[in-house]
Design a protein around this ligand. Structure first.
Ligand code: DSN
Length: 427
């Protein structure tokens, strides 16, 4: 070991250490309401920052292209076993580095370039990898789309069926990144069977709710289910694939060597830890509270006069039509950021504004629920959001709200090793 190898981060690289310190403070002092984000446990963090990062393990447990993989095999097998226990699928691929790579692998396993796919339009809540023209999915395959209905703003399954019959897709893709309602998995599978398509469901946003038993599961219906592990599932930033046994070999080959080289073994280890946590009874209570919090937030936002897309929520997020009050989503995101509430601007279905200045914001409860916040805090937060949006051009008001937000956040501490200072940190 050279001397430099044993330095702490602060000694070795003060610039990175300072950025990390600031990010830690930001996470502690603000209210994290980006629907796709969460806070992992100390155990997940420890596994993700472990010496497994040093290991190459191309191949699969028991069939590696490198020596010294016996402990990598243990953690990868734990992911497979725990995911099977949690979600009930026949085969698990534990290696995707991300949700996008999980989707790319799922498609590569069952499609040829040029094949037609049918996914939810990004502008209606879908995801880039479900066929958007700028994503590999829209370049490599021929994308077609279904939408939400204008009246209910919920998935238009009749349209989906009509498009499927006309376009004869090889794969029908379900799942979304900004959809607050339940899915009709059985109806989608019925349509897929009718037109001879593979049914792929990307449950990235709702995986933790499915694991916690508070959301129906797509796994019994879909041929392939993909997910990220870092959203409601509260694991490390990564992906996972669940499929039927007959597709196992094609999926495994599509991940490695098709899409990826060596798995990130430290992240695989962290996935194992997170899945172990999700199997515990406390996780059911956590998932239940995410949804209860979201419903409380939805109600309070409605009472404050905001229109919610689809009128409410069944899951962990709401989509607020702020443009109905003459506010752009981009303005709302900025004002709320100044007030210490982190959300993202988001298009709403049938949006008349462009994606960078859309009509909505997406607000989610998974991260704050991890901090232990419940319905009363959600109602208080709705009051702050309404006030910050009304006074969006008054920096003094936003700064005052930021102080109140930090006070609340400090009552729900995150990581024990880094308590925030009492005063609001200026960054
Ligand atoms: N970018 C993620 C989200 O925020 O929903 C989806 O991958």
């Amino acid at each position: 070991m050279t001397d430099r190898m044993s330095l702490t981060l602060a000694q070795a690289d003060p610039l990175v250490a300072a950025a990390l310190e600031q990010e830690t403070l930001r996470q502690h002092e603000g209210l994290e309401m980006i629907a796709s984000e969460n806070f992992v446990s100390e155990a997940v963090l420890e596994a993700a920052g472990s010496v497994f990062t040093n290991k190459y393990a191309e191949g699969y447990p028991g069939r590696r292209y490198y020596g010294g993989c016996e402990f990598a095999d243990i953690v990868e097998n734990l992911v497979r076993d725990r995911a099977r226990q949690l979600f009930g699928g026949e085969h698990i691929n534990a290696q995707p580095h991300s949700g996008s790579q999980a989707n790319a692998s799922a498609y590569a396993a069952v499609l040829q370039p040029g094949d037609t796919i049918l996914g939810l339009d990004l502008a209606h809540g879908g995801h880039l990898t479900h066929g958007h023209r700028l994503s590999f999915s829209g370049k490599l395959y021929r994308p077609t789309f279904y939408h939400v209905r204008r009246d209910t703003e919920q998935i238009d399954y009749d349209e989906l069926e009509a498009v499927a019959e006309k376009e004869k897709p090889k794969a029908i893709i379900g799942g979304a990144s900004a959809y607050p309602r339940l899915w009709d998995f059985a109806r989608m599978r019925q349509v897929a069977d009718k037109v001879g398509a593979i049914y792929i469901f990307d449950m990235a946003h709702i995986a933790g709710l499915v694991a916690g038993g508070v959301h129906p599961s797509p796994v019994p219906h879909a041929h392939i289910t993909t997910t990220t592990t870092h959203k409601t599932l509260r694991g490390p930033r990564a992906g996972l694939i669940i499929c039927t046994q007959d597709l196992a070999q094609a999926v495994d080959k599509a991940v490695f060597p098709g899409q990826q080289g060596g798995p990130l073994v430290h992240v695989v280890a962290a996935k194992a830890v997170a899945l172990g946590e999700a199997l515990r009874p406390e996780f059911r209570a956590y998932a239940t509270q995410i949804v209860a919090n979201c419903k409380a937030l939805a109600e309070a936002m409605s009472e404050a006069g905001f229109r919610l897309v689809s009128g409410g929520t069944d899951n962990h997020l709401i989509l607020v039509d702020v443009f109905q009050k003459g506010i752009l989503g981009s303005e709302a995101e900025l004002a709320l950021g100044k007030a210490g509430v982190t959300v993202n601007k988001n298009s709403i279905p049938w949006d008349t504004n462009p994606p960078l200045k859309p009509s909505g914001i997406r607000v989610g409860t998974p991260a704050l629920t991890t901090r232990g916040m419940k319905e009363p805090e959600m109602r208080q937060i709705a009051v702050w959001i309404a006030k910050a949006l009304e006074m969006r051009n008054d920096d003094a008001v936003l700064e005052r709200i930021r102080g109140e937000v930090a006070e609340l956040a400090n009552q729900f501490p995150l990581y024990a090793w880094r308590r925030p200072p009492v005063a609001v940190h200026a960054y």
